[in-house]
Design a protein. Structure first.
Length: 144
């Protein structure tokens, strides 16, 4: 049923659970996985309003290194799973980047974790999972 599963990974416990689920599904379905981590460069730069350009660039480079480390640590667990896993570190607004890579890679399922925020926390922090669900043209599996 699924040939290519995209997993959004942010280093949180719920995203690691989503990766567990995606690998299990991929193994059952004979699918491959792409694990993506998004560095939100706009938010990173905005949080450093008074920093120099060099400092902002160093911060973004550090965020990219952290994203690669998160992916490496997460997929090391599945090295012997028999599932083909590719990783991508993306820069941009998280929901847009996830949807773009899903389209470009021809994924037929997106698996992602949800922190389950409600009320004011959700209002102020937004929900990447909700944005992806609202705009996706392929099935989404949300893991809490």
């Amino acid at each position: 049923m699924f040939n290519h599963i995209l997993v959004a990974l942010d280093g949180s416990e719920c995203s690691r659970k989503a990766l567990d689920m995606a690998v299990r599904l991929a193994k059952e379905q004979g699918a491959r996985c792409t694990v993506c981590t998004v560095v939100d460069v706009v938010r990173a730069a905005a949080s450093m309003t008074f920093a120099t350009g060099d400092l902002v660039n160093q911060w973004i480079a550090t965020l990219n290194e952290d994203a690669r480390r998160i992916e490496s640590e997460a997929i090391a667990k599945y090295a012997d799973s028999g599932v083909a896993i590719e990783t991508k570190v993306l820069e941009g607004y998280p929901s847009s980047a996830i949807l773009d890579v899903a389209k470009n890679e021809k994924a037929d399922l997106i698996v992602m974790g949800s922190h389950g925020r409600t009320g004011l926390k959700r209002l102020w922090l937004g929900s990447v999972a909700e944005s992806v669900v609202q705009e996706a043209t392929i099935p989404i599996l949300i893991v809490r």
